[in-house]
Write a protein that binds this ligand. Sequence first.
Ligand code: PEP
Ligand code: MG
Length: 828
Amino acid sequence: MTVGRANTGIVVVSHSVDLALAAVALAEEMLHGGEVGIEVAAGLQDGTFGTDAVRIADAIGRADRGAGVVVLMDLGSAVLSAELALDLMDDDARSHVLLCPAPLVEGLVVAAVTAASGAPPVEVAAEAIAALAGKRSQLDTPAPVAERSTSDGEVAAFTVRNRHGLHARPAALLVQAVRGLDAAVSLRNRSTGAAPVSAASLSAVATLGALTGHEIEVTASGAEARRAIDAVLALAADGFGENIDTAPARPAADPPPHAPGASPAAGGVTAVAVSPGVVVGPARPLGRRTIVIPDTPADEPADELRTLLDAVAEAGEEIRRLRARTAAELGEAEAAVFDAHLLLLDDPGLLDGARARIRAGEAAAPAWVAAIDAVEGAFADLPDSYQRARAADVAAVGMQVLGALTGDGDSAVEPGLDGVLIAPDLTPAQAAGLDPNRTLAVVLAAGSPTSHAAILVRARGIPLVVGAGERVLAVPPGAPVAVDGGTGEVVVDPGADVRIEFTRRATRLLARRDAAAEHANDPALTRDGVHVLVCANIGSPEQAEDAVAAGADGAGLVRTEFCFLDRDSAPDVDEQEAAYREIAEAMAGRRTTLRTLDVGGDKPLAYLPRPAEANPFLGVRGLRLALARPELLADQLLAIVRVAHDHPVDLMFPMVSTLDELFAARRALAAAVAADGRGEPAGLRVGIMVEVPAAALKAAAFAPHVDFLSIGTNDLTQYALAAERGNDALTALADPFDPGLLRLVAETGAVAGDDLLVAVCGEFAADERATGLLIGLGVRELSVAPTAVGIVKAAVRRVDAAAAAEPARRALTAPDAATVRALLRDTT
Ligand code: PEP
Ligand code: MG
């Protein structure tokens, strides 16, 4: 950037650093030595696309050399962020700044040339706005005047067909579709007559109370009004990506207290069963988290706003960290629950409420609390239980920002006595931090079975019931509580008969688990003597210790992403070697299957910015990304080769679709072996994950080139059934018992032999109902969470491998998943 005398300064605000720098370079070409101060405020701190008000304000400060500043923006939230940046400045500084609606590229070129001539900001902005004139006259298109001023707005309407109405996920799609466009879009629920809301705000859209069957009016104005309307209507026609045709009809109202999933408990409370397990233990009540808001007078509005934006940014970082940790520990599907929180943090609906209050003289913390309360209240008033449950997301995000504002940022459930955690509800952050060794069960007064917190508690294997009612909050600490997470029964202060019954249930369950644990270190042989390896899926060196303690025969899947997530740059070879070595040492001679980096479109890395993809799960992820970034793959393979010289290591490539990809990966491995200089490690075996249906169908073609095939049923299911994993609207569809998926497993299992091991490392491997089926289809290794190793080994021992082949064969021609399950029940 050329820094010059006191000409009008220019700030370029863009979602993309590359775009901004290229536009500046182009403009500077036109200056022919003229001098203008051009500053760039582009992208977010973590390298992803976005705009940031604080950065824009700083850039304006740098660009202002006394003659004023003209700000040019790309699209959508860039404008909002620039407006917010002005709020961050004092009145004097703000009076020198003009936000200019000119097109970014043409406008910048003209603005730079005009500014270099010494023109004041008003003239620079006017010239920039007229910058499209040349292009227009050449293309013979009408002047732009009509675009904005004559448009009272385009109007259209659609009928909501989604089972849960416009709940968080479809609402998020809608918001994303219109945010990037140069149009002001509002929505009105004609069926309820509610007032129009901005379509750019997730919180506002969700409060429309748009249920299935409701008619929603869309109004748009601005240059891209038509595009906005078309985009919304196209999304609506598509059911906002949900399977509206096969979705069961939505219940007319909230489930009655004794609906399926809710059961009465003698002398206790009614609750909804969410995660199985039986316990009787002391209550550990967790009151509502209270944060004391300091009663200090407000500073200048600009300072208070900056404080709030800093807190929002800090909360965003915490949520991203939590997301990364959850992804590494529990998987991407569970981690995706934090995405809605990130979207809410970026929601102008939340920020605008607080901003208005700060302008009126309030301090950041009380202004934020009031804004959050208003939005949370609007959600809580909605008639639909599913949509009402989203109030918890707003509250969780609100608390996280408030924690950052007041310095009371630790959202973890405070450690107390071990026992049954009783709480009004949990935030996802609290749920992600629960220790299954200390929390025997969780009883939530409110909560919903589909809440993010519920998903995380279940994923940690902790028994959970929700909707137990406010009464449970009165249970005194230490009082005995009986909980059956499989039936929903919660009995406070149980009588002798109830205690005996619950204890019996718990004992039966524990006996099964204990029996499994007792023999967990023994090999798992089927009744007819076939050895099936039961290994562990791990995502950290600590989990390697858990795996060995649980009796795992090896690590069947090491998600090496743990090394790469939550940091600013890629780990170098030495760092990776140390981490993999730590795992291999903990596995103490057992095979360690190191999967190369599986990130990409759906799991972006801050230091590997990639263009946005319309369908990230079908995009550049897994091995595709590794081959596109050969230096990254080369480092990882070198680290793995070094460890493989000292430990039994399996190397596994994820998301392989074609033989060519495998050959390219093998060439990269050969290069790593050459770089290491000690020849190929003796025990190194090479395999691929079978996650792409085409790879399963080509198993025979892959077979001569690998030592093992490991079926990743999590991804294979989503691709086979075209049902995005983690999309809770598609849970029923993404059923691994679907015969279509089983045929892909069978194709893969058919190539198993003495020299080729076929494994399953997706969640399906831990389902005891599927153990015989998988063995019958040729699978000889099951890799599961460390906690499931004992149970799965016990399940293997109940199977007769030879006899399992026949029901497995019949399952392949069954019409649906339910029939497969029935068939397996009848034959085992
Ligand atoms: C799978 O897809 O089944 C798998 C085990 O890989 P991940 O869950 O890490 O995508
Ligand atoms: Mg996978």
